[in-house]
Design a protein around this ligand. Structure first.
Ligand code: 1GP
Length: 226
């Protein structure tokens, strides 16, 4: 996952190239709080340099770009803030339709992770308690019944603690749709544990910002061994 606020377009494109070489399946771009202008330019720069899909992971309706291959069209289903349940989506829908961007309708579930994350603060929502996997499972079931095609279990970028394995396992048992897990996954061991518990895809951002995209190669290997 690339945060357009953390790096300039050229640096983002370089990181994306290195991530592709490390064997990742897709590049996600977005963030819960983007301070700088130039989102479109960042997506364009990345798209111009990689063959793997470049997918928007929007923190709000302004993070839509015609240069992307698709959008994670998500609702913050764990929260009870109408702005992130449906408001931002309504604002973004006409542009997404006009651009004919492919979408993956997805439930975004924020999970408590040891401290207040940007996603929690900006969305003004309460995360699902990490000791209550059945709440996460019930939200995932509701998402599936709505026809959503994936569930994202999010500890939040830079999370102290990743999503608990027990929670991933229970959600995986409760629904047929794929589970994406992210937030606080910084080592190959953590990535492998999440995959083993039932994650179909693992999202990594902070570890790459801190250590470079090289760290992804070992993560990809660890996940593929499972
Ligand atoms: C954030 O889950 C992603 O949406 C990535 O989190 O930055 O902690 O890897 P990290």
């Amino acid at each position: 996952m690339l945060d357009p606020d953390a790096q300039g377009p050229e640096e983002l494109a370089r990181t994306a190239t290195e991530a592709e070489e490390a064997g990742v399946s897709a590049i996600l771009i977005g963030g819960s709080f983007i301070e700088h202008d130039g989102f479109d330019e960042a997506v364009k720069a990345v798209k111009g340099r990689v063959r793997i899909p470049v997918v928007l992971f929007p923190g709000g309706s302004r993070q839509i770009s015609k240069h992307a291959d698709g959008v994670l069209f998500m609702s913050l289903l764990s929260g009870r803030n109408p702005q992130y349940l449906i408001g931002e989506q309504v604002m973004a829908a006409p542009l997404i339709k006009r651009l004919k961007l492919p979408v993956l309708p997805m439930a975004y579930l924020l999970i408590e992770s040891g401290s207040v994350t940007s996603a929690e603060f900006v969305s003004d929502t309460k995360p699902i308690p990490r000791g209550k996997p059945k709440f996460a499972a019930a939200h995932a079931m509701a998402a599936e019944l709505f026809g959503m095609q994936a569930v994202y279990l999010e500890a939040g970028s830079g999370a102290k603690l990743p999503v608990p394995e027990e929670m991933i396992r229970m959600v995986a048992k409760s629904v047929e749709i794929p589970i994406i897990v992210g937030g606080g996954i910084t080592t190959p061991e953590l990535a492998a544990k999440a995959a083993k518990a039932g994650a179909m895809a693992i999202v990594v951002g902070t570890a790459v910002e801190r250590n470079g995209a090289g760290v992804l190669r070992a993560m990809v290997e660890a996940v593929c061994e499972n």
